[in-house]
Ligand binder design. Structure first.
Ligand code: NAD
Length: 399
C-alpha cells in the first residue's frame, strides 16, 4: 500500500526527499503530485516553519498511508525519520569548508548545517555571511557550532588542516594534519556513531585512512573526496579537446589524489565509444602527445592554480557537494572517491580512489575496473606511495 501510494504520487527525488529509504531510488517517475502538496513536502524537508509544517505533513502522509481514516498515525520511528531535516556538519571553515557550505546552501539539499572551526571569530563571520544569503536562496538553519552539534548529522565533512610551513617537509605536514585528526575525529564520533565522515583534508588518502582507524566506523562510512576533483579536471580537458560536453565524457583518474595518480585511458569513452574509435570517426585528434599533455595538466592543476591564486576550492567544493547529494538522495552515483581498496589488484589496507557507487550507506560498492597491465602497475605504484606515507604516521593513531 505504502509503495503503491508513493509510486502513484511522487517523483523519484521527492520520494528520496521523504527519506523513505525502502522506496527504490530507481522507481519509475509517475505523474507528479499536485503542486500544493509538493510545496509542503519541499518546505518541510528544508526545515522551515517546522511546527506547522510538520503537522501538515504528518496529516498528509497519514492520510496517504492509511486505508482507515481513524488509524491515521504512522509508527513513531517512521514519523521521526520522515520529519527529520537533513543535517550536514562542516569541520574546518577555511576556504574549502566555506565554499562547500555556500554550495550546499545554494543546493537546498539540507535543512540544517553547522560549521566548526578552531578560529571562532572567523567562523562566526563566515556563518553571518552565509546566513544573510538564506532569505535569497533556500530556507535552512546555519550556525557556528561545536562538536556536540555533530549529533544526528547525516554527513560530517572534514576540511580542517594546516598549510605547509617554510622549511617543513611534506611528511612533517602530514604528521601535523594527522595529529589534528587524532584530536578532531574522536570528538566527532563521541556525538555521532551513525553518520558518514567525508574527508577533504590533504593528503586525503592518508587522512581518510587515519579517520577510518580513529573513528572505528566501517570503511563504507568513511570516504575521502579522493580523485573526484582530478576526474572532473580530466573530463573537462578531454571535453575541450573533443568538443564534447564533459558530462558525456566517461573517464576516471584513480589511485592517489596526488602525483602518482593514474588516468584510465583504456576505458575512457564518449557515449560508450572508446576514444580512439570516436576520434577516428569524428575527426578529432587525441594522439600520444595530446594525451600526455591532458594528463600533465590534470595532475599538475593544483600546483598551477596555487601558483596563481594561492589555493583551490571551487571545484573541490562542488565535488564534495556531489558526493553529499548522492548520499542524501541515495542516488547510487559512480564517483571516484578514496576508499579502502577491497583487495583488487592484490591491494588492501590502504585508501585510494576507485570509481565507487555512493548511496545512503556511503560506499555501497567499489567498481572493479579491468585495467591494462600498465594501468595495474601504475595503480600498485600509487598504493606503495600512499602506504609509505602511512607507515610514517600510523604511530599517531596506534598510541
Ligand atoms: P584553510 O587554511 O583555508 O582552512 C583550514 C581550516 O581548518 C582553517 O579555518 C583552520 O582554522 C581550520 N582548522 C585547523 N585546525 C583545526 C582544528 N584542530 N579544528 C578545527 N578546525 C581547524 O585551508 P583550505 O584551503 O580550506 O584547505 C583545507 C584542506 O583541504 C587542506 O588540507 C587542503 O590541502 C585540502 N584540499 C583538498 C582538496 C581535495 O581535492 N581533497 C582540494 C583542495 C584543498
Amino acid at each position: 500500500m505504502l509503495l503503491t501510494t508513493l509510486h502513484a504520487g511522487f517523483t523519484v527525488d521527492e520520494m528520496v526527499d521523504l527519506d523513505l529509504s525502502y522506496a527504490p531510488p530507481y522507481a519509475p517517475v509517475w505523474d507528479p503530485v499536485p503542486i500544493a502538496i509538493r510545496q509542503i513536502i519541499k518546505k518541510v524537508s528544508s526545515g522551515i516553519e517546522r511546527d506547522r509544517m510538520i503537522e501538515e505533513r504528518v496529516m498528509f502522509l497519514s492520510t496517504l498511508f492509511s486505508d482507515e481514516p481513524e488509524e491515521n498515525g504512522l509508527p513513531d520511528y517512521l514519523q521521526e525519520e520522515l520529519l527529520r531535516p537533513h543535517k550536514v556538519v562542516v569541520v574546518g571553515a577555511g576556504q574549502v569548508g566555506t565554499t562547500f557550505a555556500y554550495a550546499l546552501l545554494l543546493s537546498g539539499l539540507v535543512g540544517e548545517m553547522a560549521l566548526i572551526d578552531v578560529n571562532r571569530e572567523r567562523l562566526e563571520g563566515e556563518v553571518m555571511d552565509l546566513n544573510h544569503a538564506v532569505p535569497l536562496s533556500n530556507p535552512m538553519r546555519i550556525w557556528a557550532g561545536d562538536y556536540p552539534d555533530c549529533a544526528g548529522a547525516d554527513v560530517v565533512v572534514v576540511a580542517a588542516g594546516t598549510a605547509q610551513r617554510e622549511g617543513e617537509t611534506r611528511l612533517d605536514l602530514v604528521k601535523r594534519n594527522t595529529r589534528i585528526f587524532a584530536d578532531i575525529i574522536p570528538r566527532i564520533t563521541e556525538h555521532n556513531r551513525q553518520g558518514i565522515l567525508l574527508i577533504a583534508t590533504n593528503p586525503v588518502d592518508v587522512l581518510s585512512y587515519a579517520a577510518w582507524k580513529l573513528s572505528g566506523f566501517p570503511a563504507q562510512r568513511v570516504i575521502g573526496s579522493g580523485t573526484v576533483l582530478d576526474t572532473a579536471r580530466f573530463r573537462h580537458l578531454l571535453g575541450r579537446q573533443l568538443h564534447i560536453d564533459p558530462r558525456n565524457v566517461h573517464a576516471h583518474i584513480i589511485g592517489e589524489h596526488g602525483d602518482s595518480e593514474v588516468p584510465v585511458w583504456s576505458m575512457a569513452n564518449v557515449t560508450g565509444i572508446g576514444l580512439e574509435r570516436f576520434c577516428g570517426r569524428h575527426s578529432c585528434h587525441l594522439g600520444a602527445k595530446e594525451r600526455a599533455e591532458i594528463f600533465r595538466q590534470t595532475r599538475d592543476a593544483a600546483y598551477e592554480i596555487i601558483e596563481r591564486k594561492g589555493a583551490t576550492f571551487y571545484a573541490v567544493a562542488v565535488g564534495i557537494l556531489r558526493i553529499v547529494e548522492s548520499i542524501l538522495r541515495n542516488q547510487y552515483t559512480v564517483l571516484s572517491v578514496s576508499t579502502l581498496v577491497p583487495g583488487y589488484y592484490g591491494i588492501e589496507d590502504v585508501y585510494l580512489s576507485l570509481p565507487s557507487v555512493i548511496g545512503r550507506a556511503g560506499v555501497e560498492r567499489v567498481v572493479y575496473l579491468p585495467l591494462t597491465k600498465g594501468e595495474t602497475e601504475a595503480f600498485c605504484n600509487s598504493a606503495d606511495v600512499v602506504r609509505d606515507v602511512l607507515d610514517g604516521v600510523q604511530d599517531i593513531w596506534s598510541d
